[in-house]
Design a binder for this molecule. Structure first.
Ligand code: SF4
Length: 307
């Protein structure tokens, strides 16, 4: 079994001293700290079960949480957890060795969901939905056994935005991935401390840290094609329209129900002259938009010329 390491940007020796790396580390930890604070993700006495798959995101999550625990004003326990789903070729020695090397408390849970999924889902069909449901049940059970009051997942800002567009394009909903949620049975609180971190920063951090990355396609399932398309769309926007993705991320925190059309969020039926409406009367106002940059103008004109 070959374990792919992300390409190293600097040698492990240099990573402790490089100013660029230290700035990146600080930026990620600050973003994680802000998200934890903004959403009250972790409190004094919490036990945080950190789900580590062996991918760059979950390694980064664990690293940031361990660093923050050192200087947090609250005392909390971290338990790293990996679920070995018995996918063919899964290198089950990598994560225990890594957890030992950094001295973190950990649990390895072994459950053969791979066979269940292969048995139940016809060949060629997407297996992720059943697999994720099985995984969720196992993680919740492990959290109960360990006495974890929080379950931390490694989804980041760009995962949240991709989910937003997937839901809008294919689900008819303005719905993303929340930074904090409670399980349906009310027993578990799931947190996403990387909610403010960009995938690009996480990738650079993981490269430099030379985490022992475990490939995520061992089950043979391909990443959802629609998610890939959305990811490509967002990456193109990030390249062609600087600031757009940051604005989208800010928009997730600035919802104005009175200016959408969901009567469950805003009582349009009872709306009268006396109702005070957030952001007020904009019925006749044009949307205030910044002037497009020269680059954007050039991009749009070349796109129009291509038609
Ligand atoms: S990619 Fe494989 S392991 Fe991941 S959720 Fe889908 S089926 Fe499960």
């Amino acid at each position: 079994m070959q374990i792919s390491h992300l390409p190293q940007l600097t040698s492990p020796l240099a990573r402790g001293t490089s100013n660029t790396f230290l700035r990146l580390k600080k930026k990620l930890e600050r973003s994680v700290g802000e998200a934890i604070g903004d959403y009250n993700m972790i409190g004094d006495g919490d036990t945080v079960l950190v789900c580590v798959s062996g991918g760059k995101d979950s390694y980064t999550l664990l690293s940031c949480l361990l660093a923050l625990r050192e200087r947090a004003p609250v005392d909390f326990r971290i338990v790293a957890m990996n679920l070995d789903q018995k996918q063919p070729g899964f290198p089950d020695h990598i994560l225990p060795a890594y957890f030992e090397s950094i001295g973190v408390e950990y649990r390895i849970i072994t459950e053969d969901t791979y066979s269940i999924v292969k048995d139940k889902i016809p060949a060629g069909k997407t297996t992720c939905s059943l697999c994720s449901r099985l995984r969720r049940g196992i993680i919740y059970r492990a959290a109960t056994e360990i006495g974890a009051s929080r379950i931390a997942l490694g989804h980041h800002r760009d995962d949240m935005l991709e989910t937003l567009f997937l839901n809008m394009f294919f689900g008819g909903k303005i719905k993303a991935m929340p930074p904090k949620l409670v399980s349906d049975d009310g027993k578990h609180v799931v947190i996403r401390p990387l909610a403010y971190c960009t995938e690009a920063d996480i990738t650079r951090f993981a490269c430099t840290m030379a985490f022992p990355i475990i490939p995520c396609n061992l089950c043979g399932s391909q990443e959802n094609a629609q998610r890939k398309l959305i990811k490509g769309m967002l990456q193109n926007w990030a390249r062609d329209f600087p600031g757009r993705i940051e604005s989208l991320a800010t928009a997730l925190k600035n919802v104005v129900p009175s200016h959408l059309a969901d009567p469950r969020l805003f009582d349009f039926v009872s709306l009268t002259q006396q109702t005070v409406v957030e952001e007020g009367d904009t019925a006749f106002d044009p949307l205030e938009l910044p002037q497009p940059s020269a680059r954007t103008v050039q991009f749009l004109s070349s796109a129009n010329n291509d038609r």
